[in-house]
Design a protein around this ligand. Sequence first.
Ligand code: ZN
Ligand code: ZN
Length: 442
Amino acid sequence: MLTTAELKRAAQAEIDRRRDALIGVARTILDSPEAGFREVRTSGLVREHFRRMGVPYEDGIALTGVKGILEGGSPGPTVAVLGELDSLKVLGHPHADPETDAAHACGHHAQIAMMLAVGTGLKAAGVLDALAGRVALIAVPAEEYIEIEYRDRLRRGGKIEFLGGKPEFVRLGAMDDVDAAMMTHTTSNPDESIIAIGGTNNGLLAKMIRFTGRASHAGGSPHAGINALNAAMIAMTAIHAQRETHRDEDTVRIHPIITRGGVAVSSVPADVRMETFVRARTVEAFTAASEKVDRALRAGALAVGGSVTITTLPGYLSIRSDETMLKTYGSNAADLVGRQNLVSLTHRPGSTDMGDLSQIMPVIHPYVAAATGQAHGADYVVEDYELGVITAAKAMAMTLIDLLADDARLARRVKSEFQAPMTKNGYLALMRGMVNEETYTE
Ligand SMILES: [Zn+2]
Ligand SMILES: [Zn+2]
């Protein structure tokens, strides 16, 4: 039997041997970006690679998700490696789809390549046989919580219940056989050194808002209309007026957009739509902030004499990392990039549905600084594919070997010591309890 060090060397050598093809996967997805729950081509590419690698898989999970399984040489826990299929939408991104504005401005194309690279490394001769348990290679849809109106139609049509991919995976039971999970995200933040680990982030609630007024001639008879756009403007001002009431330690972020501002300039706007997130560090804090937002939205409708329909939808929960997995990953990452290039994160005000998984199972979600530009900006580009695909995959493959070698002693310990903040059913009940729709009419 190979030693753990020999297994890690074999996996790394196999990833290096397939380097160009693996980086090619990331570049192919970069040039074919698709937003969440629409990742048809990207999902097809994952299936094609699984077939070529001889990895059995299930597909069509949460519409486009794919889950492959690598079997170890003996029974044991299942650890998942995730990669996110979806792109964001950013106008003017150099790799944007000109038709849809879809663009990989968050680096998820690199994650799919990393996930396949981990599988490639573990399939090196002798590695899987020496491991106990299984590795699930999961391509998960829709991490970017966008296109709320489109996804809400999918929800009302019964195609999905939650608007993010990982909550859907949990609901559908696709994580029931998974004991722990990891994924690596790219970052462009220089303060995060080369590899950044740990930390917490914000959770969020999402809102879809529709102000209804009355159309009339905007020049001839505005007195006969009810201006829904003015209602939205008043509501936004009222939201802004409450910013001083949010506590700093809750790191509240509220950032509405207007997705429909009117139809014809000569007609008083009668149907104006907004989407917003209400983010904060805890469920209690984003729930409290959400009530203030609802008051502000009603105030807009009240002021113009119109009405507002507020649909509140569950978003994501805050992330927590498993300390044992983090330590194991950190030591492998340090071997690859040097201890001095590894930093521990504090709190990030963004959100991810990896947070949801972290409430029910042990997870880690490290970052590799392989990109430049602003995250979610038109200039966010993964530049360093050696780090963003190859090194990132090696660090995860080495961590999986540590977890599952030696009859999966470490993975069994992680599993037995994990104190889940909530059960799967508790999580689903919390999420379902956040759904609310109200219409306020003056
Ligand atoms: Zn993102
Ligand atoms: Zn992302």
